[in-house]
Design a binder for this molecule. Structure first.
Ligand code: NAD
Length: 438
């Protein structure tokens, strides 16, 4: 079966490549010509572990193609995935202009029956709107199903190839069968393909992300109280997470969630709730807590240095919103850089993959370094903002020899307490007792 994937970003490129890997014929479409040219030249426009090799193999075996020719891709395809962005509009709603534009164009170019699959994260009720927009442009039968995506950047290939579950919201048995056929190879490990109506599928995606964001903010509030009371949130996490009703994942405290999904999806479901006359109170708090967590390390700076940081040099390790991605959207490091430079600090930053994207959002007020140790020379403070593996297990002797003061603000509680004590570091984390050398 010929499949088109419209939107070749983190989700579209990974989904298209993985479908090709499992034997489908995929055409990935994007309006961004630069992106498609790069892909046609064998270059991957994003950083995602394992993606480059998988793309290369599937391009070579002829199952994966890239194009800006929307019309041809739609004409050739029976199934068309929409994987374009749905960013936050000013009022917090999901901006669906790209999704609706694509839906309408699919209708215009349809030359036979088409199944449109909403893979973009879209509010409850969008599938029906997509269907209407496409159907009013064509005589051919248009059906739409919702197939939300749950992959995590940094582990996207693994997540897509071996999902916990596949959620499909469709209106007819025929559409369920087409989707089941497509996803069968991904669920050989026994993961369920869950059938439901499109409204519930759309809601499932937002409920999942809102729940995960809530867990993070909940643990961050616990961390705040641990900080004040002298308890250790890392111990609390272990004690809480081993309860089988709660589970271990997503209980890590840190300087806030970011990325392209949680912030905008939390906003969007709050907006949807409001449209239905309901106030989603928990999520108000989740957002508020998260915004405050992003500046927690700035609060610690003020507690240590007062308000004049003009003589300080601060190094930040990690810029991406999480490890193993180059995605800078809503990254806590943006708040950190802004807060530090506003108070006059000289800021050195580094990240294994996100420096190019960071330059675009943070700009030239900070100095960018490739080498994590070069970035440390002469610094008064090291802030760990993203827990890449190379930052988790650093050379502590080297850090000590390069810094002016052996002071670390560990925004992810990622550094070994034992090693920090052995090397006589002063360390403040998130909800963990401070280490203060004698
Ligand atoms: P992205 O910004 O990386 O990619 C979107 C792509 O769509 C871009 O390459 C853009 O050029 C292209 N595009 C926009 N309008 C187009 C059009 N009219 N025709 C063709 N291409 C067009 O976004 P993303 O991170 O891949 O997210 C896509 C959707 O998937 C969003 O709704 C997001 O919420 C959802 N999602 C993202 C993730 C994630 O981890 N990034 C996970 C699950 C779901």
């Amino acid at each position: 079966m010929e499949i088109a994937v419209i939107g070749t970003g983190y989700v579209g490129l990974v989904a298209g490549t993985c479908f090709a890997e499992m034997g489908s014929n995929i055409t990935c479409v994007d309006i961004n010509e630069e992106k498609i040219t790069k892909l046609l030249n064998g270059k991957i426009p994003i950083y995602e572990p394992g993606l480059e090799e998988l793309v290369r193999n599937n391009v070579e075996n002829g199952r994966l193609k890239f194009t800006t020719n929307f019309q041809k891709a739609v004409e050739e395809a029976r199934v068309i995935f929409i994987a374009v962005g749905t960013p936050s509009a000013d009022d917090g709603a999901a901006d669906l202009s790209a999704v609706f534009g694509v839906a309408s164009s699919i209708g215009s170019f349809a030359n036979g029956p088409k199944l449109i699959v909403d893979k973009s994260t879209v509010p409850v009720g969008t599938a029906a709107q997509v269907k209407k927009l496409a159907q009013q442009k064509t005589e051919h039968k248009i059906s739409v199903c919702s197939n939300p995506e749950f992959l995590k950047e940094g582990a996207a290939i693994e997540d897509f190839l071996r999902p916990d579950r596949v959620v499909i919201g469709a209106e007819s048995q025929e559409d369920f069968e087409i989707m089941d056929e497509l996803y069968k190879p991904f669920t050989r490990n026994g993961a369920p393909i869950i059938h439901m109506d499109p409204l519930s599928a759309e809601m499932t995606k937002y409920a999942s992300n809102a729940m995960l964001a809530t867990r993070i903010s909940f643990m961050n509030e616990i961390a705040r109280i641990c900080d004040a009371a002298g308890a250790d949130v890392e111990m609390v996490r272990k004690g809480v997470g081993t309860d089988s009703r709660i589970g271990q994942p997503f209980l890590y405290s840190g300087i806030g969630y970011g990325g392209s999904c949680f912030p905008k999806d939390v906003k969007a479901i709050m907006h949807t709730a409001k449209e239905y006359g309901y106030q989603f109170k928990i999520l108000d708090a989740v957002e508020d807590v998260n915004a405050k967590m992003k500046s927690m390390m700035l609060e610690k700076m003020s507690a240590i240095f007062g308000e004049d940081w003009s003589r300080l040099q601060v190094t930040i390790w990690g810029l991406a919103f999480k490890p193993r991605t180059d995605d800078m959207r809503e990254a806590p490091a943006i708040t950190l850089c802004k807060g530090l430079t506003e108070k006059g600090a000289k800021v050195h930053v580094c990240d294994p993959e996100a420096v190019n994207n960071a330059r675009e959002v943070i700009g030239s007020d900070v100095d960018y370094f490739e080498d994590q140790y070069k970035a440390l020379e002469g610094s008064d403070v090291l802030i760990l903002a993203t827990e890449w593996n190379e930052y988790r297990n650093p050379d502590y002797d080297k850090i000590a020899s390069l810094m002016k003061r052996k002071l670390i603000l560990d925004g992810r509680n990622a550094l070994s307490r034992k090693r920090l004590i052995e090397h006589n570091f002063e360390r403040y984390g998130v909800g963990v007792p401070p280490l203060k050398p004698e």
